[in-house]
Design a protein around this ligand. Structure first.
Ligand code: ARG
Length: 467
């Protein structure tokens, strides 16, 4: 094997002894950061070109490095799994530099001029982060769009809403679906809002104090597609706020998906029976032939745990670090990659589950018992001039009377209503107990009336078409 083909440390000069195997095993980040190879090559090509423009390298040297890196990229693109598994390089930066040496010989040693792995790894990870933000954005958009479609199909499907998981007031199923859509749309806003903070370019910060060569960082930024350049080299090499931020967005999204999943799991149970999941997103039991399990939703609920865990991991690593780069920061990538991988697996399955679930409108309507209209009855009295507190008390007495008589509120004789208040003279009681009417009445902006719900659908659709 030619010498360059052997893994070598990028920092061996001042040491007389090799690190122990145990130290190497702890220190090696290649199994995690190998997925940054494209970003590492892109960043290195830009750096070589910048060194050329700054006159630190001759044009010939810069071109040689850029072309050599291109050949390394071509090689890595088809590198078999066993090559990756066998590579004992410390990290992706060491591996790329070693392979570059194979391509261009000793000139490879000029690439690292004015650069440190501290600004290099921060640059690579942020480049990867920008791609991840854009990919996640599309997946999240699709979940919102699935919820909006579900809403469109169920503008007139009435169902109970719940507070304390006790039946509260009738709503339309579309209103329920949109409640989740809005929460997830806020996560999408957060993700997009974070993008410019992901897009800060640390390259040119060196190990901590900056670069002594006249490299044009603004041109580098432009070439690499970053939004801005880091204003402080000490901050630049130690800043992982943007990862914590993406992990927060992931955790928040995880919590929202988990709550959606919990609803769907409940609603698909025989006890509720409001929705039926499609076969495509259900699984059976190996023992009980009748089972139809909502596994996709359960996994979405379960995986939110690891998303929350990733955020805890990152914040805990950052807390108490002295200023500048510290090796602890190497732990950042596993959390980031895992959150993005998890979401990229979860989001399409959640979108598919929502898109293919069907509401059982008669079952959902049947779950609305007349006592859920007690508030509407009180509001009828309010319209007749009764102060709300008194109306509340009067309807409370009717609820108690119904309970004592062992019937529903709607089954109480008209006389019971008249005994409580003469305002009921003018009441068409059957209308008062119609859930569709109750829903129709809540026509405030953001309310559950079909008209208000259509306005929400339009607002979300506008967001979705805008981006
Ligand atoms: N693998 C390291 C990381 O992910 C690269 C930076 C190493 N820097 C250093 N000074 N040893 O953070």
């Amino acid at each position: 094997m030619p010498l360059a083909a052997q893994p070598a440390k990028l920092w061996g000069g001042r040491f007389t002894a090799e690190p122990s195997a145990d130290m190497d095993r702890l220190n090696q980040s290649l199994p995690i950061d190998r997925r940054l190879w494209r970003e590492d090559i892109t960043g290195s090509q830009a750096w070589a070109a910048a060194l050329g423009r700054a006159g630190v390298l001759s044009t010939g040297e810069a071109d040689l490095l850029v072309e050599g890196l291109e050949r390394v990229a071509a090689r890595l693109a088809t590198w078999p799994v066993h090559e990756w598994n066998d590579a004992s390089d410390e990290d992706i930066h060491s591996l790329v530099e070693r392979l570059l040496r194979v391509e261009v010989g000793a000139a490879a040693g000029k690439l690292h001029t004015g650069r440190s792995r501290n600004d290099q790894v921060a640059t690579d990870t942020r480049l990867w982060g920008l791609g991840a933000v854009d990919r996640l954005d599309v997946f999240i958009r699709d979940v919102i769009s699935a919820l909006v479609s579900c809403a469109e199909a169920n503008v007139d499907t009435v169902m109970p809403s719940y507070t304390h998981l006790q039946r509260a007031q009738p709503v339309v199923a579309a209103h329920w679906a949109l409640a989740h859509a809005w929460a997830i749309s806020r996560d999408r806003d957060r993700l997009r809002d974070a993008r410019p903070r992901v897009g800060v370019m640390p390259l040119g910060s060196g190990a901590i104090a900056g670069c002594p060569f006249p490299v044009d960082r603004e041109a580098l930024r432009e070439e690499l597609g970053f939004t801005t350049i880091s204003p402080n080299s000490i901050d630049a090499v130690g800043d992982r706020d943007w990862i914590a931020e993406l992990l927060f967005v992931s955790a928040s999204l995880g919590v929202h998906l988990s709550r959606l999943a919990e609803d769907v799991i409940l609603f698909s149970s025989a006890e509720f029976g409001f929705v039926r999941l499609s076969d495509q997103y259900s699984t059976g039991s190996s023992l009980m032939p009748q089972k139809r399990n909502p596994d996709a939703m359960e996994l979405a609920r379960g995986k939110s745990g690891r998303l929350i865990g990733g955020l805890m991991l990152m914040l805990t690593v950052l807390k108490g670090l002295p200023t500048g780069y510290n090796k602890d920061l190497q732990e950042d990538k596993e959390a980031l990659f895992d959150a993005v991988d998890t979401l990229e697996t979860m989001l399409p399955a959640v979108a598919g589950t929502i898109r293919t679930l069907r509401f059982n409108a008669p079952r959902a309507a049947a779950a609305i018992d007349p006592s859920m209209l007690a508030t509407d009855i009180a509001e009828f009295l309010v319209r007749g001039g009764v102060p709300f507190r008194e109306a509340h008390e009067m309807v409370g007495r009717l609820v108690r009377a119904a309970e004592e008589a062992g019937c529903s509120l709607a089954e109480l004789p008209r006389d019971s209503f008249l005994a409580v208040s003469p305002v009921f003279e003018s009441a068409e009681l059957t209308k008062l107990f119609d859930p569709a009417q109750a829903v129709q009445a809540r026509a405030s902006v953001g309310g559950t009336s079909p008209e208000s719900v259509r306005a929400q659908i339009n607002a979300l659709k506008l967001q979705l078409t805008a981006s």
